[in-house]
Design a protein around this ligand. Structure first.
Ligand SMILES: C[S@@+](CC[C@H](N)C(=O)[O-])C[C@H]1O[C@@H](n2cnc3c(N)ncnc32)[C@H](O)[C@@H]1O
Length: 185
């Protein structure tokens, strides 16, 4: 009798169920539209032992779309690493835009910083080396900051997502602000 093997369905957590389709989308749509400085930063990050921490290229493209959707000027980023998502944001927001970027480590940011400088967008970035929670609390001490932010990207310290969310809701514009959490789509 023929030994019938049970077919095990290949399940992935993402929307795209086929790695080939994902690769096709990257090569036909995402990479060709990726600005040069981001390509350079992605290449440098690929040599880092924790390169998997960098924001995915397609997620970055979606971030740009969301930033443009709300015409974002004032943004917050929690979790910078080598700066891929930060550079994506800095390249997308207008010249008078400003990003408060928080990371406990400076070392990884310094890897991406020369590329950020070369891209001419460093002046839009206020990098704060710190745990994120006290930085958000400090921002909320100034009443002008409440309801003033257009966009926030949270890509660090998942245990504190709820605490970040409570504070970011106060910082974001009511009805017009967007907060994006990594690994939630
Ligand atoms: C997943 S990486 C960020 C990736 C980055 N968004 C990118 O596109 O490359 C997470 C970063 O969060 C930082 N981090 C971890 N815990 C933190 C905390 N409590 N406050 C601020 N930064 C933190 C780490 O140092 C690390 O650089």
């Amino acid at each position: 009798m023929e030994n019938k093997k049970k077919q095990v369905p290949i399940l992935t957590k993402g929307l795209l169920q086929s790695p080939e389709l994902y690769q096709y989308i990257l090569e036909s749509s995402v990479y060709p539209n990726e600005p040069e400085p981001l390509k350079e930063l992605r290449a440098v990050t690929a040599t880092h032992p924790w390169e998997f921490m960098g924001t995915a290229t397609d997620a970055g493209q979606m971030m740009s779309m969301l930033l443009q959707l709300v015409d974002a000027k004032k943004t917050t980023e929690i979790g910078v690493f080598t700066g891929y998502s930060l550079l994506r944001t800095a390249l997308t927001i207008p010249d008078d835009g400003m990003i408060i970027a928080v990371d406990i480590s400076l070392d990884s940011y310094e890897i991406g910083l020369p590329i950020i400088r070369k891209a001419g967008v460093e002046r839009k970035i206020n990098f704060v080396q710190s745990e994120a929670l006290p930085v958000l609390d400090k921002l909320l001490e100034t009443s002008d900051n409440e309801g003033s932010s257009d966009f926030a990207y949270v890509d660090a310290d998942k245990m504190n997502y709820l605490n970040y969310h409570e504070r970011l809701l106060k910082l974001l514009k009511v009805g017009g602000g967007i907060v994006v959490y990594d690994n939630t789509l």
